[in-house]
Design a protein around this ligand. Sequence first.
Ligand SMILES: Cc1ncc(COP(=O)(O)O)c(C=O)c1O
Length: 399
Amino acid sequence: MKVERDYFESIIERRGTNCARWDTMDKKYNQENLIHLGVADMDFRAPDAVIESFQKVVDHGIFGYTDLFGDFYNSISRWIKRQHQVDVKKEEIIFCPRITIAASLAIESLTEKGDEILINTPAYGPLYQAIIKNQRKVLESPLQQDGEIYRIDFEHMESLITPKTKMYILCSPHNPVGRVWSREEMKEIGLFCQRHNLLLFVDEIHSDILAPGVKFTSALHFPEQVRSRVILATSMTKTFNVPGVILSYMIVENENIRDCLKADIERIGMNNPNIFSVAAVEAAYNHCDTWYEEMLDYINGNDEFTRWYFAEHFPEINIFRREATYLLWMDCRALGCDDQELEKWFIQEAKVAVYMGNTFGKEGRGFIRVNIASPRALLQEAYERMRQRYDSIRRSQIT
Ligand SMILES: Cc1ncc(COP(=O)(O)O)c(C=O)c1O
């Protein structure tokens, strides 16, 4: 089945649908004419097969309690095999509504109050907040950058470890900096966790959305002695643009860890999925390979277009290499303005909303994150709005 390009080119009105990206952000900025390139979902229609499978549920008309059967697990196993060439057993897969919940649950079930948990910064907020909100201590290890890509500072991570350090939370691929950790880096991460007896919570939600030629090394490829300390959390919601169905899952090989997590899931009564999430997994993981490949291609085209446009019109803004995700991480520090001025310029002058880098911690000051999962014409309009007002932000740098 060939997916038509229109699929990604059509601009679909999302306002008025309780949409976090468009409605909530309009409300936040108290404006109605912004173009929103912030919240990480796509402005694309989900694959037809997913919509049809939702339709079947709707047509049936009974939305009863739902359990998980073989097809759900087989669909996940098929996809994992397709993407990572690894066989995952049904019992290793644990359903969880959101990765954000999985992170909190893993912290709460597997560590104690006051324990230390390591995370690299800039960091995806909910992962960072899961440490704080569960009263654990955050050990921040800033990623190092050279203007093109970011790297993990293993020496710095070593220097932070104490007997109270119990877990490392790894975002792989990394949001917001767009890195895919190389095989060598993953090996070093594994050795590091083994050496310090750390649990590794790894969030692989962005691992399906890779730039061309980039190879992703899943935590599933760690040697057995490292895999036994891994809680892998992932989802199909980013890949197939259905984050509103609220669904993720963990893959945990270690039976003791699994039992702890499952007991906690039962304790809080979170074991039944939403009826639509089952439909989404089965359809997306089995029948949407073409949509998926074309979506990657379209995102890549948007990435190239954005780089071309910015080089041409906004030479002071440096875009980091995107190895994965549909998010571009951009350094705006050469504009010489502070975050408040920059945000004000985006909202009040350019009429474009992006994520300010400081929402990912202090290492993100002076940076922005731009979501390029939109029809190209919409991106173009956003960039043209920026171009028309660009002189005013440039001028503020000179005066
Ligand atoms: C790294 C990362 N993890 C998790 C999520 C959200 O996952 P969920 O909706 O399952 O909580 C996002 C969404 O932006 C993300 O970027």
